[in-house]
Design a protein around this ligand. Structure first.
Ligand code: SAM
Length: 350
């Protein structure tokens, strides 16, 4: 596919806006954030505690309401209502509590409220989408579900892949694409780097789909596409428990946002171990502002991930803290791609 000139971000922003609406309604009517702040600012921790929210849901709700300009951090670093947010409290007359209440029993709002209270679903018997965690059942190991979920991401990956390939380091070395899904980022990068080789790592059922997509990619008739096949190795495994092969570049695309913080820390350590000296870890994702107050595209996305996975959107600063803990040297650069995604990286010392 040629490098796209149109950014499809409006489509994903409108798609995810639904999640933003739901979190606003939940914060007015079920997890009473506005009420809790009507008598004055509170620290992040005190507000979360008062509302009975664990860290992950709090890190989803508060940045979202800041991005909507209904909450803000004051000069002491505490969360406070903005003039707009005041109109969602009884202190302010008239207010929009009644009007927003027309939607308070929407099934999506009620389900999100339950998730916020329990930090995720109460029933995990069928596993969590995009996640294979230990011995728990995973849809990524069910042939039908794995195919459906992998193909759901195919259009996005295929569209973004030429931009990511162009902005990643160009090299004759090896790329390890962990939790690669369709593998499109790898195929496109190999096309741009004719001497390089790559490993596409994921669950076995996902790799069956990735192999079919590679066949189509190689038959596309694009210059040198047919030769990409010989330079790709598929490796089925569990990134949390299996050893990863040594590599020059490691790509973690839309990966960390599926996992809780502790898993992100241990995965980063594992990725650092897989890198050769001088090797680079690349993360392709959407990021929260380091000030944890937006942007709206990322906070809406974070609500969606919160309901569908074990993760949320993290800030660049959070990623860079994991990199440093794993003795990697974070690059300061942020490289935007498309669809509100960006690339950040870190290097293993020589
Ligand atoms: C959100 S998708 C991202 C796919 C791809 N990187 C992309 O950006 O399109 C997450 C991927 O992680 C994979 N995954 C989840 N748990 C895994 C595990 N324990 N080991 C290996 N892969 C895993 C899933 O199968 C899925 O393909």
């Amino acid at each position: 596919m040629p490098t796209p000139s149109l950014d499809l971000a409006p489509i994903t922003r409108h798609l995810r806006a639904m999640a933003g609406s739901r979190i606003l309604i939940a914060a007015v009517h079920h997890i009473p954030v506005f009420e809790a702040l009507q008598n004055g600012p509170l620290s992040f921790t005190d507000l979360a505690q008062q509302l009975g929210l664990k860290e992950r849901p709090a890190m989803v709700v508060f940045p979202a309401l800041c991005a909507m300009e209904m909450l803000a951090y004051n000069s002491e670093g505490n969360l406070t209502l903005t003039p707009l947010g005041q109109y969602l409290t009884q202190n302010q007359q008239p207010n929009l509590i009644g009007y927003t209440g027309l939607e308070k029993n929407d099934p999506g709002v009620l389900a999100l409220t339950q998730f916020l209270r329990h930090d995720g679903p109460t029933d995990t018997t069928h596993g969590v989408t995009y996640v294979k965690d230990g011995d728990a059942p995973s849809p990524m190991d069910d042939p039908e579900a794995a195919r459906f979920l992998t193909l759901a991401l195919a259009g996005r990956a295929e569209y973004l892949a030429p931009v990511v390939a162009e902005k990643l380091t160009q090299s004759n070395g090896h790329l390890l694409d962990v939790a690669a899904g369709t593998g499109f980022y790898t195929y496109e990068w190999l096309l741009a780097n004719p001497e390089a080789t790559a490993t596409v790592f994921d669950r076995p059922e996902v790799l069956k789909v990735a192999q079919e997509l590679l066949n189509t990619f190689c038959q596309s008739g694009r210059n040198n596409a047919a030769g990409v096949r010989e330079r790709v190795k598929f490796m089925a495994g569990d990134m949390l428990h299996d050893e990863l092969p040594q590599t020059d570049l490691l790509l973690a695309a839309s990966l960390f946002h599926d996992w809780p913080t502790e898993t992100c820390i241990s995965l980063t350590q594992k990725f650092a171990k897989a890198l050769k000296p001088g090797g680079e870890l690349w993360v392709h994702d959407a990021f929260l502002n380091d000030t944890l107050d937006g942007p709206l595209a990322a906070t809406d996305y974070s609500v969606m991930l919160f309901t569908g996975t074990k993760g949320r959107i993290y800030s660049r600063q959070e990623h860079r803290a994991w990199f440093t803990q794993a003795v990697l040297i974070p690059a300061r650069e942020n490289i935007p791609t498309l669809l509100d995604y960006n690339l950040i990286s870190a290097r293993k010392p020589e």
